[in-house]
Design a protein around this ligand. Structure first.
Ligand code: NAP
Length: 251
């Protein structure tokens, strides 16, 4: 048991999740560093040091999610912060070039098998983790859920012919983030008046494995808004969708 805030961050063994875990620990939060690979999670937690605890969680595996929830219940009895960060942009395991990938991810030619796999992680995975962790958040102090989405999922932006990036809006990654935004709204509406706050955040275009390191921002800069929202205190906002520097993103 600990008096520190207790956070679970999914997909925290690399990229934005790892940066977030480091900064939460530096701010006195006990971070359950979620990783689908137990070994990678242990290595990342060891690197961060005291305050980071590796926990195996594959968001597409119901047994893994249930085991993680049970372990958190037994060892900590509550969760104060849940960060649904784990996500994939494709199923090619790093073997892709962004422009070529976008051209083959259009409504007419996207592989349905790949679209389903992306939605499984980015949409249904988040819903499954939410359902498993909600009883622990209900025991938490000033509990908050932060879902890591993307501005590329904004329907308002993409419906505007003047939006410069609308040509890359496809049924896989981008639409999965639209669906995640919808899931988040459902969580926000369900939790209104319960004291559990819910926020949606878009990192910057960050150099990580997700985009084969084509992102233009460092993990430190790209993660900054995610870190800010995760460190909001009990009076911090709920129901927001923000990006760079607390800018509001239209749903
Ligand atoms: P990343 O470096 O590829 O990290 C993704 C993390 O998610 C990895 O730890 C990965 O684990 C994990 N993951 C994937 N599938 C999982 C599963 N089934 N169960 C549990 N963990 C799983 O990418 P990132 O850029 O940091 O992405 C983090 C989040 O930010 C994602 O939700 C992404 O959509 C969002 N985002 C990123 C950008 C950007 O420019 N990078 C922009 C907007 C939004 P493995 O190491 O085992 O693969």
């Amino acid at each position: 048991m600990t008096d520190n805030r207790i956070a679970l961050v999914t997909g925290a063994n690399q990229g934005i999740g790892l940066q977030l875990a480091k900064e939460l620990v530096a701010n006195g939060v006990t971070v359950l560093l979620g990783s689908r690979s137990a070994e990678k999670g242990e290595a990342a937690a060891k690197d961060i040091g005291a305050g980071a605890v590796a926990i195996q969680i594959d968001v597409t595996d119901a047994a893994s999610i249930a085991a993680a929830a049970e372990r958190i219940r037994a060892e900590f009895g509550r969760l104060d912060l849940l960060v649904n960060n784990a996500g994939i942009s494709n199923t090619r395991n790093g073997d892709f070039e962004l422009a070529e990938f976008s051209n083959n991810s259009r409504a007419s030619n996207a592989s349905l098998q790949e679209v389903r796999a992306i939605w499984d992680t980015n949409v249904f995975g988040v819903l499954a983790v939410y359902q498993a962790m909600l009883p622990l958040l209900q025991q938490g102090v000033a509990a908050r859920i932060v879902n890591v989405s993307s501005g590329v999922g904004s329907l308002t932006r993409n419906a505007d012919p003047a939006f410069p990036y609308r040509s890359i809006f496809g049924p896989g990654y981008a639409a999965s983030k639209t669906a995640l935004n919808a899931m988040t709204l459902a969580m926000m509406i369900e939790l209104e008046g319960t004291g559990i706050k819910v926020n949606l955040v878009s990192p910057g275009f960050t150099s990580t494995a997700l985009n084969n390191y084509a992102g233009t921002e460092s993990v430190e800069d790209g993660s900054r808004e995610v870190v800010r929202v995760c460190l909001l205190g009990p009076d911090g906002a709920t129901g927001t969708f923000t990006g760079w520097n607390n800018s509001t993103i239209p749903w």
